[in-house]
Structure formats: structure tokens, C-alpha cells
Design a protein around this ligand. Structure first.
Ligand code: SAH
Length: 476
């Protein structure tokens, strides 16, 4: 506890002793912990206090007095301004350690698991050998500079002001050429950029997705209009884009909303195919997936292969199992499970993703799969209620394994409750947010499961995000 009166604008010298969950450095001044953006654990910094609360405060780095041995020169010149890579100034090994600890701490603090249990079951994080240019998807906001020229780049951290930069170190090098082509099209044809403040202007975002295995590229322009024809001079645009090697699909998405949601739900292909494909390999087996602009597809394919391999390993399949894959997207996990299970059921909320999943099952010849459109928390209970009168059906459809891979907010309680009622032998939880993961694991363990294995996978190098795979077994 402190009775010091640190106030806004004070200049302090701080030794950074810890890392916060968002990658910020933490150091104490007169017993008061300060959260300092862009400070690296091990640094001694001079920092300006920006805000104080009763038990902690915030500050920003004015000067690094003594750099930490874990501090590296960031590859990107925009690193400090950009909201994308929060920990690019950390040595990559240190980033991995940070993520391992983040998952560990969430399991202990939020999940209520004992320290020794966590020590025993947690396996070391799987990192990348070359943690750059790993993303297969990028969504660039479009705006204008002071002279009124169209620009694209990224949002400055925690704001919606766009900083022009077409050279992101996490994205494909090829994206730059595509972005320049779209900007040229806008300039030459006087196509306006969307302005968030006024809701006026046409082009909002440029989505680029690349199949790493296929080399196929998809470009989707998200426009502020209610019909596709509102995009003018499409021929000029297509002439530029279709000559870029790998270009496979060009589409337009309509979005007239005034909020932060990037894409609307209507897409129209204006050139080429409506999907691109990509192939992932696990345990020597390659499966090919078709991906629509609106469907979710893991952004780091190299790490996805490691992630899915773990999920399949944890599922422990022998060929006789019934598996449910909740939040299945385009059926990637479902189909890898289907190669080793008797029957797989997938559930996903986006209709287009389920269309992709069914098509993906067909092209890979995996006919032991059934996909349902809907919310996991509605489809699963409805299914359970419907079957529960009929003993024979219950037995046949009884899941041996349930896999869940929810978005950051985790599983809905109705979904967790039904999972507990359905009582599969094993649950494989794939998570992109260790805090909600820990919350849900607590519920599952209180409901009769035991946490057996946990392994983080670094899907998102240089950011604070971490993916985790867990295995739970039903208590005997
Ligand atoms: N397992 C897939 C997708 C994981 S991402 C993969 O690895 O590619 C999470 C998915 O859950 C997204 O496709 C999203 O559209 C879907 N989703 C979000 N909320 C949902 C809900 N309540 N019920 C079912 N699916 C949902």
C-alpha cells in the first residue's frame, strides 16, 4: 500500500519487473504499480504518469534509460503507433515465455486450478521458427490523408485514425502490390474513401486472403452501399487486379452499418471464383478447404497444422467414435477428426461457412460428417432434448468426444450445461482467449471433468494473443 501522491504528468524512473496481460511493462514507484505501454520487462525507463488510481497507475515511456536484455529492434517502423503488434520489441523467446505464463496464470487465477496441477499438466508452448509474414488474411481500413488522397494502412492503437502503411510485417509481402493497385484505381477514377465520422464515402476496407499452399488470392472490397453496382469503373479495377499472380477471386461486400463491424453479410463475386482453396497437412494427411470471404479460417496456417494435430491427438480417436465439433467454421477440425472417427457432427452460426464445410466434406470424400447451421448453445440443447426420449438413438448419437473452438468470448453457459449433460468421455477445448478458457474449464471441471493436458500454440507472434488446446476427461 502506498500513501505517495503520484499525479498525472509526473516524470518517474521505473525498473520494469513484470509484464501485464496486454504486454505492457509493470514496475513499481514507491510501492504503486504502474502499467507502462511499450516498456519491456528488464528495462529501466523514464516514464510520464498518464493516470493514477487508488492502487495502481498508468504511464508512458519517455526514454529507455537502460534497455532490457530482452529488448530487440522492432522490424516495423510503425510498431509503437500501431495497435497490431503489442510486443514486437520483445525477444521472440521472451514472447513465448510471456504467453506460457499468461495461460498458466489464467488457469490458476480464473480457473482455480492448483499451481502444482498446472505445473504438471501444462506442456511448453509451440512457437514459430520464423515468426514473420505468417498471416494469410488482412483487413486494411481505407481513408484519406490531409490532401484528400486515398490511403490504407492500419488503425493507430486504440483509435480509428488510419496511418498509411502498406508494408505490414505480419502479412504477405504480395499484399502491398494489391493495396497499391486498389489505391491507384481509387485515385484515377475518383472513388471516395469512407469516412467514419460522417458515414459518407464508399470504400471502407480491403480484405486480402491467400491460400499459402495453393497460392490463390482473394480480394474483397467492403463498400458503404446497398448494391454492388455502386462500385464504379469495375473494369479498371479488375484489369489491375487480375494480372497479379495468384489472383483467384475478387468480390464486393456491402456494409452500410455505422459501427465497428467490418463486413456486412452480402458478398458478390465480380471476377473469378467465389472462393479460394488452401490445403493443410496433419500426420501426413492433406485436406483441401474452400474458403468464402465471410467464413472464418485460421490466420496462421503453419501453426494451424500444429494446433489441429494436437486437437486430433487429444481426441484420441480409434475409428469408432462419434465426435461433435462445435464452432466448426468451414469444417477444418471436423474433417481432420472425420479421417479418424466414425461420425462427426459440426455446428456453426454462419450459413456460408456451413455451405463451405459441406462442400469441403465432399471434395475430401469424407461422407461421415453432418453439419448444422445455428448457435452451438441452441443446436446442441435442441438436439439433446429431441433425442433424450429415445434410448437407442441417444446411445448411437452419444458423443465420445466434443470439440469446442469458440470465439474470444468463450462458450455460452447453455452450451456448457448441455455438454455436461451429454457427458462425452473427452472434451477438447481449443481457445483463442485464455481468460474465458479458464472460466469455462472451471465450469466443466465442477461438472465432473478433469483437466488432463494443456498446450499453448503461438498462432499470433508479436501480439499478446495466444491459442491453447486442452484435454478434459470425464471423472470415472
Ligand atoms: N473451428 C474453426 C472455427 C473457429 S472460430 C476453425 O478452426 O477454423 C469460431 C467459429 O465460431 C467462427 O466460425 C464463428 O462464426 C463461430 N461462432 C461464433 N459464435 C457461435 C455460436 N454461438 N455458435 C456456433 N458458432 C459460432
Amino acid at each position: 500500500m502506498t500513501d505517495k501522491n503520484l499525479t498525472k504528468n509526473d516524470l518517474v524512473t521505473v525498473d520494469i519487473a513484470d509484464i501485464g496481460a496486454d504486454g505492457e511493462g509493470i514496475g513499481k514507484v514507491d510501492g504503486l504499480p504502474l502499467f507502462i505501454k511499450d516498456a519491456v520487462i528488464g528495462d529501466r525507463v523514464e516514464a510520464r504518469v498518464t493516470k493514477t488510481k487508488k492502487h495502481y497507475g498508468y504511464a508512458r515511456v519517455e526514454r529507455v534509460i537502460e534497455p532490457s536484455p530482452f529488448r530487440v529492434q522492432p522490424a516495423c517502423g510503425f510498431h509503437r503507433q500501431c495497435g497490431g503488434c503489442q510486443i514486437q520489441a520483445f525477444d521472440y523467446e521472451k514472447q513465448l515465455e510471456f504467453k506460457q505464463n499468461k495461460v498458466r496464470n489464467h488457469l490458476i487465477r480464473i480457473g482455480g486450478f492448483g499451481e502444482h496441477v498446472v505445473e504438471q499438466i501444462m506442456e511448453p508452448i509451440l512457437g514459430m521458427e520464423d515468426p514473420w509474414h505468417y498471416r494469410n488474411k488482412a483487413q486494411y481500413p481505407v481513408g484519406t490523408d490531409k490532401e484528400g488522397n486515398p490511403i490504407t494502412g492500419f488503425y493507430a492503437g486504440r483509435t480509428h485514425s488510419i496511418i498509411a502503411n502498406t508494408d505490414c510485417r505480419l502479412g504477405r509481402v504480395e499484399n502491398q502490390e494489391i493495396l497499391e493497385a486498389v489505391l491507384d484505381y481509387m485515385k484515377v477514377n475518383h472513388v471516395s474513401a469512407y469516412q467514419e465520422e460522417t458515414g459518407i464515402g464508399l470504400i471502407r476496407h480491403i480484405l486480402i486472403r491467400t491460400g499459402f499452399a495453393s497460392g490463390q488470392i482473394m480480394v474483397c472490397l467492403i463498400i458503404n452501399a446497398d448494391k454492388f453496382e455502386s462500385l464504379p469503373d469495375q473494369e479498371y479495377l479488375l484489369e489491375k487486379l487480375k494480372n497479379i499472380p495468384g489472383m483467384t477471386s475478387v468480390s464486393v461486400n456491402l456494409n452500410t452499418r455505422r459501427d465497428n463491424v467490418i463486413m456486412g453479410d452480402q458478398v458478390h463475386t465480380i471476377w473469378g471464383s467465389s472462393t479460394i482453396s488452401d490445403t493443410l497437412h496433419i500426420y501426413g494427411r492433406g485436406l483441401t478447404f474452400k474458403i468464402s470471404p465471410l467464413s472464418f479460417y485460421q490466420v496462421n496456417p503453419l501453426q494451424t497444422e500444429k494446433l489441429y494435430s494436437l486437437a486430433v491427438e487429444y481426441a484420441g480417436l480409434t475409428g469408432r467414435e462419434t465426435v461433435w465439433d462445435l464452432y466448426c467454421g468451414i469444417g477444418t477440425i471436423s474433417l481432420f477428426m472425420a479421417t479418424a472417427a466414425r461420425q462427426v457432427y459440426g455446428v456453426e452460426i454462419i450459413p456460408q461457412a456451413i455451405e463451405d464445410a459441406r462442400e469441403n466434406a465432399r471434395i475430401n470424400g469424407l461422407h461421415n460428417t453432418t453439419f448444422f447451421v445455428g448457435k452451438a448453445e441452441e443446436v446442441l440443447p435442441a438436439f439433446y432434448e429431441r433425442q433424450s426420449g429415445n434410448k437407442e438413438q441417444v446411445d448411437m448419437l452419444h458423443p465420445d468426444v466434443i470439440v469446442v473452438d469458440p470465439p474470444r468470448k468463450g462458450c455460452d453457459t447453455a452450451c456448457l450445461d448441455t455438454m455436461l449433460k451429454m457427458a462425452p468421455e473427452r472434451i477438447v477445448y481449443v481457445s483463442c482467449d485464455s481468460a474465458t478458457l479458464a472460466r469455462d474449464l472451471k465450469i466443466l471441471c465442477e461438472g465432473g471433468y478433469e483437466l488432463k493436458r494443456v498446450r499453448p500454440v503461438d498462432q499470433f507472434p508479436h501480439t499478446v494473443h495466444v491459442e491453447t488446446v486442452c484435454l478434459l476427461k470425464r471423472d470415472e
